[in-house]
Ligand binder design. Structure first.
Ligand code: PLP
Length: 411
């Protein structure tokens, strides 16, 4: 079975699991990460969300409003709330899934302390619009959420550098992984110093047992995501046996995972560094597959394809369809797992709908939550696999066409 996502791992990362720890493994990873992002500092945190909490703290933002997309990972507003601030949600653009700039403008008030610019699915945020926004609102602090985009760029400008700081997540579903973990990058030396100090004060160093568990986890992931084994893993997932590993939110709660203050192990540093070294190849493979989908899925069924934007890094290749569930089960029966990544519009969720920051209607985000589906993109640049996926999608669409147009059946 072709899985909906797959960490891009080689034997190098797996061998790194069996090496002994060195004191500077994490530091080496941070240096490699900062250099990859073209930034002066990269500070590792247990999660991207942990990094965001401490970033807001380090910037002295408290009891303020922070604008973020309604259509993003729910852990982002969770971190804003945990930092003592209020997330204000804005609707998405139908074009690129990112927050709509007119909506951002309307949501900005004198209570707005920061804007979290998000390049969702690796579609780079429009940095020209951001520059105009900054001119109009010089006091609003710009933070970049690059958990999906990594080094995506807009007209040659890297998104992660267009703000005071950027956050990244690096669990196994991300473009590059350090088993789990997150990073904050910045060019501001003072801010970096504060972040390191906050990490020292609040993040607990991992134990030997944590290290062993994380090594075993990545090794298990490597095996579980191989095509022969994944069918079994998927069956377990559907039977609910893996809920603890795969469910990352509870509709009713604003919470953090138990280990959100547990620091990274040296092993994670070694794996992360190797992934940084392989970044260009990983991105090239993703772009190749995105282009293939784009060229071969035009005009098929009711699919709405994502935009092809130069500089996009395609953490996900997301299409929209009114028949998501049927398509997903049809594909599964043909050996392909499609994914539903963000199947919620945050201000409509039980935990958020009565909050003051959920005051703006978000109809576009709401329909995206019902319609988006992501195709496997981390398939090692294999056109053969992409062709198989396209074939299944086309055969599904032609069955739909026949159903909706019985004359075709008679021909
Ligand atoms: C868009 C987005 N931002 C931020 C994060 C936070 O990353 P983490 O899971 O490491 O906290 C995620 C995580 O999945 C994400 O998808």
């Amino acid at each position: 079975m072709i899985p909906r996502l797959k960490p891009d791992l080689t034997l190098k990362e797996i061998l790194a699991l069996f090496k002994s720890n060195r004191k500077d493994d994490i530091e080496q990873y941070e240096l490699a990460f900062a250099s990859l992002m073209g930034q002066s500092h990269a500070i590792n945190f247990p999660y991207g969300r942990t990094g965001l909490i401490f970033l807001l703290k380090a910037l002295g933002i408290l009891n303020q409003e922070i604008i973020c997309p309604a259509y993003t990972c729910v852990v982002v507003p969770h971190a804003i709330v945990k930092s003592g601030n209020e997330p204000v949600f804005v609707d998405s653009s139908d074009y690129d899934f990112n927050a709509d700039w007119d909506q951002i403008e309307q949501a900005t008030t004198d209570k707005t302390a920061a804007l979290i610019v998000t390049s969702i699915f690796g579609h780079p945020a429009n940095l020209d619009k951001l520059a105009e926004y900054k001119k109009r609102h010089p006091s609003v602090i710009i933070l970049q959420d690059c958990a999906h985009s990594y080094a995506a760029s807009w007209n040659g400008m890297s998104v992660q550098r267009a703000g005071v700081a950027a956050i990244f997540g690096s669990n196994i579903s991300k473009i590059i992984t350090s088993i789990n973990g997150g990073m904050v990058t910045t060019d501001d030396a003072e801010l970096a110093k504060k972040l390191i100090q906050l990490r020292q004060e609040h993040v607990t160093p991992p134990t030997l047992l944590n290290d062993i568990k994380r090594r075993v986890y990545l090794f298990a992931v490597w095996i579980a995501f191989s095509e022969t084994v994944y069918g079994f893993v998927n069956a377990m997932e559907r039977a609910g046996f893996l809920n603890k590993l795969t469910r990352y939110y509870d509709e009713n709660l604003i919470n953090m995972p138990n280990d959100f203050l547990l620091g990274a192990t040296a092993t994670q540093g070694r794996v992360g560094k190797i992934q940084c070294q392989r970044y260009n190849k990983i991105i090239a493979d993703r772009r190749k597959i995105a282009i293939y989908y784009h060229d071969h899925l035009q005009g098929i069924g009711d699919f709405i394809l994502p935009p092809m934007i130069t500089g996009a890094t395609y953490s996900h290749y997301v299409i929209r369809t009114a028949h998501r569930n049927e398509l997903m089960s049809y594909a599964l029966n043909h050996g392909i797992q499609l994914g539903q990544l963000i199947e919620y519009c945050i201000p409509e969720m039980a935990a958020y709908k009565h909050r003051p920051g959920s005051r703006i209607p978000c109809p576009v985000a709401s329909s995206m939550a019902r319609e988006t589906i992501n195709l496997p993109i981390s398939i090692g640049g294999s056109i053969k696999k992409a062709a198989k996926i396209v074939k299944v999608l086309k055969s599904y669409a032609s069955i739909q066409d026949e159903k909706s147009n019985p004359c075709l059946q008679a021909q």
